[in-house]
Write a protein that binds this ligand. Structure first.
Ligand code: CUA
Ligand code: CA
Length: 633
């Protein structure tokens, strides 16, 4: 396993083998490409790529790129993409880039009955009652700096919330409304073991935002909110005066990093871009825990809020709670290298990435002394991902490129040098985030990279004035051949960020375990199936299966409040039913062995056919019952 020291035609820097430097960098792609080697003929499907075949038609090194996943075969990775202001999460297979599923989070979604049954409806109501959210950063939980397949967490930038998705069932099971946030932007856990889930408050407001200090922006602030993952509870906030933007965790359970583009505490664009520098804000989590433990906080909206502002007394002394590191104006992304050594912030308005040596933060008096490198990557650097072989990949929004550069070469080079840049590759167009396989862990896989382009322009058939985004898949596993653009993928607006997880790290259930559900399982037995009246409330419990519901008729009175609880008793995977009632906005999905409940008012006399909206068998259309609503006297 040797690491090439060739850094491509743009490199002016000789460097030592990454393998000699750190065992964490001693990675080669794990993907087994025998499938590709045996299918050289299939490479024709990659005709858009260059350099795959030599003149004799033999496969070269780069010809190992096989992004085809033939019918009947499965992908190697899950990619979880945020849906942006669609409010959901999309699940893709990598490398096929097939969209496999969507997971509604902050949005009501009829295909999965999400927000229609009583449980999900109440969860959305208790989290503010909004019908949309703005998801940006889907982050799967980790144990020992590796994905553990338990949870996925995501922010709501629109309404200041965080949500948890259960990866056993691929469904949202909890939402926390963060009372001291208006917009929660960055989202990440404290590594190595997801001890905290962090929501990063972006929009500065008075805290509490109750009408005080309306037009006194100097009194506004933002907070970093810490939640426990399970149970999903809000534990504490740290308040700062500047804004906070993206966030990422160190690997050792101590530091959490965010960017801040509004150190000026401005309100208008010109105010927010006035200063030459802004911050990477480094939160010392054990110190914050000590302050919470010692009662050194104010309670605001029921949450302990620790003062982490620059002039906080808690930031005096040798071990400040929060360190403010100057970086060039209006930075955007910050991400920690897989070995936990560096936090790298992308400049956005400045053409550089700034490298902060995390270990130095405990050693130096002035946190600016922890800045150990600054590499000139190009115009509009937004986000940085890693391949585990010592390279960083940064999106250039303005240049519409991805730039690959050498991290240690950037530490060794002069500040502002372009020399560590290895390669630039055009993307289409205006990339925001990018993500490499398991880049956010201690163990990136180093093979696939997805670039999430904000604009698709001429890449797809025109569909009117609302364009899809373009998520582009690159193969990055061959440093000699360089980055290989493999495919364009149109996506519904608009993914912001993604996480790519090796498929074998997840173990989703294909039918529900009734013990995991709050509601009791309803078997076909007579005692389990009943219609009960209590005043003007009617309670129905019934099972369903191919091709009927437990009752063929349910008779109620006009004005009754009706609750129907139903269990899909199918044991066969992929046989879903639903409980759909026309003109009552009732639409409940029932996966195998799942029990759900729905409550509605029968306010119009008449006959209503309760039917099943999932195509469950040849007699799917006959699977129905009557709701008979008798006129009131
Ligand atoms: Cu059950 Cu269609
Ligand atoms: Ca600024």
């Amino acid at each position: 396993m040797t690491q090439s020291t060739s850094t491509g035609d743009k490199s002016a820097t000789e460097r030592t083998s990454a393998d000699d430097r750190d065992p964490l960098f001693a990675r080669i792609p794990r993907r087994d490409f025998v499938k590709a080697g045996a299918a050289a003929g299939a490479m024709g499907s990659l005709a858009g790529c260059t350099g795959l075949l030599d003149s004799d038609g033999d496969t070269q090194a780069a010809a190992d790129v096989d992004a085809s996943v033939p019918p009947g075969e499965l992908d190697d990775y899950y990619a979880f993409l945020s849906g942006g202001h669609s409010g959901d999460i999309r699940v893709y297979g990598v490398p096929s880039m097939r969209q496999i599923m969507r997971i509604p989070v902050f949005n009501v979604e009829s295909a999965r009955g999400y927000g229609f049954d009583d449980e999900t409806h109440e969860m959305l109501q208790e989290a503010g009652g909004y019908t949309w959210g703005d998801t940006h950063h889907p982050r799967p939980s980790q144990t020992d700096n590796q994905y553990d397949g338990e949870w996925l967490f995501v922010n709501d930038k629109a309404n200041g919330r965080m949500a948890r998705i259960d990866l056993k069932y691929f469904e949202t099971d909890a939402i926390i409304d963060l009372p001291n946030h208006q917009g929660t932007h960055g989202a990440c856990m404290l590594m190595p073991d997801s001890r905290y889930v962090f929501g990063v408050g972006e929009l500065r407001v008075p805290i509490p935002n109750d009408g005080r200090d309306l037009d006194d922006p100097s009194e506004y602030g933002s907070t970093l909110s810490a939640m426990s993952p399970d149970p999903f509870d809000h534990e504490w906030d740290v308040r700062v005066d500047c804004n906070l933007d993206n966030g990422d965790s160190g690997k050792e359970g101590e530091w959490f990093f965010t960017t801040s583009y509004n150190s000026e505490e401005g309100v208008t664009e010109s105010e927010m871009t006035a200063a030459d520098t802004d911050y990477v804000v480094a939160f010392n989590v054990p110190r914050i825990e000590d302050a919470v433990e010692a009662g050194e906080y104010d309670e605001v909206n029921g949450v302990p809020v620790v003062d982490g502002s620059e002039d906080s007394p808690l930031n005096d002394g040798d071990e400040p709670l929060v360190r403010y590191i100057d970086v060039p104006t209006n930075p955007h992304g910050v991400s920690v290298t897989p070995d936990g050594q560096y936090a790298i912030a992308s400049g956005k308005l400045d053409p550089t990435c700034t490298i902060i040596e995390i270990g130095q933060l405990n050693e130096v008096g002035d946190p600016n002394d922890a800045v150990v490198g600054r590499v000139n990557v190009g115009n509009g650097p937004l986000h940085t991902a890693y391949d585990g072989r010592g390279h960083a990949y940064t999106t250039l929004f303005v240049d519409s490129q991805v730039v690959k550069w050498d991290i240690e070469a950037a530490v060794d080079a002069e500040m502002g040098s372009e020399d560590p840049v290895i390669e630039k590759h055009d993307v289409h167009y205006s990339p925001g985030h990018l993500i490499a396989a398991e880049s956010y862990t201690g163990d990136p896989q180093g093979d696939w990279l997805i670039v999430l382009n904000k604009l698709s322009k001429d890449r797809f058939l025109p569909v009117g004035p609302v364009f899809p985004e373009n998520d582009q898949l690159f193969y990055i596993g061959d440093d000699d051949a360089g980055m290989e653009l493999v495919k364009d993928t149109p996506t519904y607006p608009e993914p912001h960020d993604a996480s790519i997880v090796r498929a074998d790290r997840l173990d989703p259930a294909s039918v529900y375990d009734p013990d995991d559900l709050e509601l009791d399982f309803i078997s076909p037995s007579d005692e389990d199936n009943f219609i009960e009246r209590d005043g003007d409330q009617v309670h129905v419990e019934m099972y369903n299966q191919r091709n009927h519901f437990g009752f063929s008729d349910i008779t109620v009175q006009e004005g009754d409040e009706v609750t129907i609880r139903s269990t899909n008793i199918e044991q066969e995977e992929d046989i879903l039913h639903s409980l759909a009632i026309p003109e009552h906005d009732v639409n409940v999905k029932l996966a195998p062995q799942e029990t759900r409940e729905v409550t509605f008012t029968a306010d119009e006399p008449g006959v209503y056919w309760i039917y099943c909206a999932y195509f469950c068998s040849a007699l799917h259309l006959e699977m129905r019952s009557r709701l008979l609503v008798e006129p009131a006297d």
